[in-house]
Write a protein of this length. Sequence first.
Length: 73
Amino acid sequence: MKSLDNFSVQPVDASGVPDKAICVHVEARSPIHAAEIALGETLATQGPVTRLRALVWKLADDYTPVRIPLFVP
């Protein structure tokens, strides 16, 4: 089993705008797992922009931030 990593999950509202006031910090196995824990719904890595539900952030090995968009399937 993969070890846990630290992620920050930023919800995206129905109009497609990230909620800058909310950022949920989660330990999880993957970005999808982190967002599903934080938001309580099933998400996918691909989908139309209109179905964008969350931006998941993590630090790469060189400490640069990486953003992973997740969608409602």
